[in-house]
Design a protein around this ligand. Structure first.
Ligand code: HEC
Ligand code: HEC
Ligand code: HEC
Ligand code: HEC
Ligand code: HEC
Ligand code: HEC
Ligand code: HEC
Ligand code: HEC
Ligand code: HEC
Ligand code: HEC
Length: 324
């Protein structure tokens, strides 16, 4: 695990210096236009900012809780000197206030973060992303963005149940609102310790996007696994080809009814590929499983693994068959 932390620190440093350089580049190139450019923010027809106290009079509940959150202390990049608080997210409120004073309704008179109500998800996300540049970087590459989801599917500003403004008490429950199948896989006997709180979905996926497939933290499944299982990266003197290609040929990431997250039980797992050589080509069914009354050694206990125990690779001079 030591290697992991070193690598993480290095990545963090790289990311930081990258961000600093990126920031610098955009500063110089956009110097003259950026300050007044608010195109990414949702426009509410005819609306201007009003004093936040106006919001407080009709929405005392939200206002009371809001004071205790980190967002109450934020600066609005549009007008750094003034604190718009509620309106930083909900947009300029004059039309909404006027509507309610006149007893009128108007769906687009204020930004509502309930999906399907008023503005589309992409615009709702943009409203948050203007301040959250870190999350902005790869958000557009996610299928979360592509399916019209916005930040409020996972985060709640006014009634969060978990850390980081999460909508549910834990990350697992937040994701399980939609990914029930993954939560179910995590219930299987062999699983990554997500339920136990040792690692999170976020250690393998960044829900805000990474630019890699499935929002993985690594460029491919193997790179993701190596962040924690670095010893499996070798290099080995004798490399087992499928290990080098994709860990998921033999393992499932979320959970399995077989031991050690195996995608199938040996010998069947091995026989997916090794089925037509002499040894160990036997298909172990009821006619071949027994030699007299003794079970065939190739098919019981851990089957092939009992002999080929260095299955990921071997550095032993005689390790061609992954036995030592
Ligand atoms: C005169 C009273 C009044 C004032 C002032 C007022 N609101 Fe409202 N607001 C309402 C009422 C009533 C509703 C519910 C009806 C509706 O959805 O339009 C509402 C609805 C909302 C909603 C939508 C809730 C949802 O998800 O459907 C938001 C967001 C909101 N107000 C924010 C604000 C903000 C921000 C301000 C200050 C700029 C503000 N309001 C000022 C009365 C008011
Ligand atoms: C005007 C700028 C601004 C806008 C708009 C904004 N935020 Fe934030 N947000 C901040 C600041 C500042 C912090 C506090 C950062 C800190 O303390 O390190 C923060 C913190 C957070 C955090 C982390 C909270 C924690 O406990 O660590 C989350 C999650 C978050 N915002 C989500 C959102 C979402 C979702 C939206 C849109 C509905 C949004 N933000 C809109 C400025 C903004
Ligand atoms: C699919 C669920 C999901 C969506 C959608 C989502 N987030 Fe998050 N967000 C999370 C989780 C989970 C964490 C906590 C990660 C952690 O603990 O490091 C988080 C953390 C954050 C943080 C705190 C980061 C930190 O390092 O402390 C910010 C800020 C944030 N999200 C902003 C946003 C914004 C802005 C959007 C919309 C564009 C958004 N999130 C959409 C799940 C989501
Ligand atoms: C950081 C962004 C942000 C800020 C600032 C903010 N809100 Fe909200 N507001 C949201 C989001 C997101 C929702 C969707 C419900 C939720 O999950 O919190 C929402 C929902 C609402 C609703 C609908 C009712 C509800 O609770 O779901 C009202 C009313 C409202 N906000 C009023 C306010 C008022 C008044 C303020 C200032 C005191 C304020 N908001 C500040 C993001 C924000
Ligand atoms: C509001 C529903 C919803 C929530 C909550 C949600 N997701 Fe998703 N997620 C989706 C949808 C819709 C897709 C795209 C369709 C699919 O692949 O199932 C998706 C796809 C994904 C994918 C595949 C990415 C890809 O590009 O193919 C990953 C990984 C993922 N989600 C992780 C998470 C994690 C981690 C969380 C919690 C932090 C989370 N999701 C919370 C709805 C959700
Ligand atoms: C140990 C790393 C790891 C953890 C922890 C993890 N995942 Fe995954 N997840 C993966 C990998 C690797 C894939 C890619 C699978 C593939 O390409 O077939 C994946 C795929 C997915 C997909 C795409 C659909 C699918 O099944 O292929 C979703 C959705 C998803 N994960 C959600 C989650 C959620 C939600 C959590 C937390 C409860 C989570 N993952 C925890 C590694 C992980
Ligand atoms: C964020 C760190 C992390 C990442 C990334 C990760 N793992 Fe793990 N893995 C763990 C931890 C922690 C355990 C549990 C170790 C223990 O309990 O001793 C584990 C256990 C395992 C086990 C043994 C399970 C058992 O039942 O004993 C396998 C197999 C495994 N991981 C494969 C993978 C694969 C394949 C990937 C890439 C898709 C991966 N891991 C990515 C942290 C990680
Ligand atoms: C050819 C199939 C196969 C491939 C591919 C494979 N594994 Fe395994 N893995 C196994 C088998 C079989 C076991 C059980 C070994 C045992 O019981 O001694 C195992 C056990 C593990 C374990 C738990 C025991 C240990 O040795 O630490 C981890 C962690 C693991 N594999 C990670 C990975 C990673 C990471 C990859 C990709 C680099 C990978 N595996 C690729 C077959 C495979
Ligand atoms: C996805 C296909 C695949 C799976 C599954 C697989 N292997 Fe392999 N295995 C290969 C390939 C490809 C080679 C390299 C063959 C070569 O070089 O001739 C190999 C080589 C080997 C070798 C060395 C053979 C030699 O002649 O050098 C042994 C031993 C072996 N595998 C055992 C196993 C065992 C035991 C399992 C089950 C845990 C397993 N394999 C699962 C594809 C697979
Ligand atoms: C009792 C120990 C033992 C068991 C159990 C065993 N093997 Fe082997 N295997 C060996 C030995 C010893 C060799 C080397 C044979 C040689 O030197 O020619 C070997 C060689 C191999 C080879 C490379 C030679 C070839 O025939 O292609 C493969 C592939 C292989 N085993 C796969 C498997 C698979 C798959 C299983 C499970 C179905 C398995 N073995 C079970 C001992 C075993």
């Amino acid at each position: 695990m030591k290697g992991l932390w070193d690598r993480r620190r290095l990545l963090a440093l790289l990311a930081l210096s990258g961000a600093a350089l990126g920031g610098l580049a955009s500063c110089t190139s956009k110097k003259h236009t950026e300050a007044a450019d608010t195109t990414a923010w949702v426009k509410i027809e005819g609306a201007t900012y009003v004093d936040n106290d106006a919001c407080m009079t009709c929405h005392a509940d939200q206002a009371e809780h809001f004071k205790t959150t980190r967002h109450a202390k934020m600066n609005d990049p549009r007008t750094p000197a003034a604190k718009h608080e509620c309106q930083s997210c909900h947009g300029p409120g004059s039309v909404h206030v006027k509507n309610h004073e006149d007893d009128k309704e108007g769906l687009n008179d204020i930004i509502r973060f309930t999906e399907g109500k008023g503005f589309p998800g992409a615009q709702l996300a943009a409203q948050c992303l203007e301040c959250h540049q870190g999350e902005k970087r790869a958000w557009q590459t996610t299928s979360h963005a592509a399916t019209g989801m916005a930040c409020a599917s996972c985060h709640s500003i006014h009634s969060p149940q978990g850390d980081k403004q999460l909508k549910q008490a834990t990350e697992l429950e937040t994701c399980a609102q939609c990914h029930k199948d993954v939560r179910n896989q995590m219930q299987r006997p062999s699983h990554h310790p997500v339920r136990e709180g040792k690692i999170g979905c976020k250690d393998c996926h960044d829900p805000h996007g990474t630019g890699y497939e499935k929002n993985l933290r690594g460029a491919n499944p193997n790179d993701t696994c190596f962040k924690c299982h670095q010893e499996k990266a070798g290099p080995y003197l004798w490399q087992h080809a499928p290990v080098f290609e994709n860990c998921l040929t033999c393992h499932t990431p979320h959970g399995s009814n077989n031991r050690v997250l195996l995608a199938a039980k040996p010998p069947q797992l091995c026989q997916r590929c090794h089925s037509d050589s002499q040894h160990p080509g036997t298909v172990y069914d009821k006619t071949t499983l027994f030699e007299g009354s003794t079970p065939n050694a190739h098919a019981v206990h851990n089957a092939c693994i009992d002999c080929h125990s260095q299955i990921h690779g071997s550095n032993h001079p005689g390790g061609k068959f992954f036995m030592r």
